[in-house]
Design a protein around this ligand. Structure first.
Ligand code: UD1
Length: 356
């Protein structure tokens, strides 16, 4: 029996880890056991506990309670806490997800103790090293024993960087597994009046610059006005804090701010939306998997497959580009996604770990 330690900390990681935990429980319970370590990077109920309950994720055996902080400080606390756990208990591998500070801390703690690192969502590149996520994913890939890669394009990124083919497993995207599984359990979409645009903004470079944040919000508001629509904007706590601290309210009359949504609420909101506008990587994909067009509120994306096939448009923070993209995408119905596997990524990942 192999013992795996799964490291999670931020909202999108709970969603990805759910698919893997379910595959271990349902298909490989005789070969693998899993303990979950929550770094505590996200801690508000609506950012964390809600996802564990809704997605039936096993209760973490460890919770480091690290909380928010500067990148170095936050990552250092995680690194030291994870190392302590790995010193106390023997694990045959550490499973990390995506590109957050929790990902890098888990990978670094494990590799230094010669515990194999398994990276789910490896090989992604935005080619912008000023993003903390790009640093996290590039470094995590370097120290991973097995790189679980969602798309062919990500395989090419790794091949270009000289990674040994034996370390790369192209398995599809676990987020597609989840969308396919949970979409079948959701009620039918409702006709919503006025039609909605689902939007999220949480990247530090968008929230922490009042100019960019104001630009984006005015672009969203104008787009909604032009299309006779309403923007529904679930607010990340950081974005809410920034908006609250501004001298004048930057939200126009066509934007409805709401609390962060749970996973199933997000899928339902996606179904009821005509268009998505976001700087989130995860929501870009979930929009595509739900066959909704997406304006990406960034200058580049690591999920360029979606832009390449015309289902998403990059707008950066330019209000005119945001309005133009919204108009262009309004009537688009993206085709069935083919670039992200077949909805069975988790089985392949767990199978590969169990077999090594
Ligand atoms: C992190 C990830 C990002 C991911 C995102 C998903 C890094 C570098 N970034 O960004 O890749 O897309 O999670 O949501 O790891 N806060 C709360 N309550 C919480 C969590 C955060 O109030 O439960 C506030 C705090 O003010 C905190 C800020 O949000 O300082 C940012 O949180 P942090 O975890 O540092 O980064 P995210 O923006 O959430």
């Amino acid at each position: 029996m192999k013992r795996i330690l799964t490291i999670v900390g931020a909202r999108p990681q709970f969603i990805k880890a759910a698919a893997i935990s379910h595959a271990i429980r349902d298909l490989y319970a005789d070969k693998l056991t899993e303990d979950i370590l929550h770094t505590g990077q996200h801690y508000d109920d609506r950012m964390s506990a809600t996802f564990f309950k809704e997605l039936d994720i096993p209760t973490p055996r460890y919770n480091l309670g690290v909380g928010s902080g500067a990148h170095g400080h936050q990552t250092a606390l995680m690194l030291s806490g994870i190392e302590e756990v790995l010193q106390q208990e023997r694990y045959d591998g550490v499973l990390v997800y995506g590109d957050t500070n929790s990902t890098l801390a888990g990978a670094l703690a494990a590799v230094k103790m010669q515990v194999p690192v398994y990276h789910v969502e490896a090989g992604l590149r935005s080619f912008r090293m000023s993003m903390p996520e790009e640093v996290n994913r590039v470094l995590t890939d370097q120290v991973s024993t097995l790189l679980f890669v969602p798309t062919e394009k990500a395989v090419k990124n790794l091949e270009r960087e000289g990674f040994d083919k034996d370390r790369i497993v192209c398995c599809g995207d676990v987020m597609l597994d989840n969308v396919m599984h949970y979409a079948a359990l959701l009620p039918q979409p409702e006709a919503v009046t006025p039609p909605t645009i689902l939007a999220t903004i949480h990247r530090d470079f968008n929230t922490d610059s009042p100019e960019r944040l104001t630009n984006i919000l005015s672009g969203l508001n104008e787009a909604a006005e032009a299309l006779g629509a309403q923007v529904v904007l679930p607010l990340h706590p950081r974005t809410r804090n920034r908006i609250d601290s501004m001298a004048t309210n930057p939200l126009g009359g066509h934007i409805r701010p709401i609390e962060p949504l749970s996973y199933l609420e997000t899928l339902a909101a996606l179904r009821n939306a005509r268009l998505v506008m976001t700087d989130s990587g995860g929501l870009q994909k979930e929009a595509f998997f739900s066959r909704r067009p997406c304006a990406v509120l960034r200058a580049e994306t690591e999920w360029s497959e979606i832009v390449d096939c015309g289902a998403a448009i990059l707008t950066d923070d330019d209000p005119q580009r945001i309005v133009q993209a919204a108009k262009q995408l309004w009537k688009l119905h993206p085709a069935e996604p083919t670039q992200f596997g077949d909805g069975h990524a988790a089985e392949r990942i767990v199978g590969a770990i169990a077999g090594r």
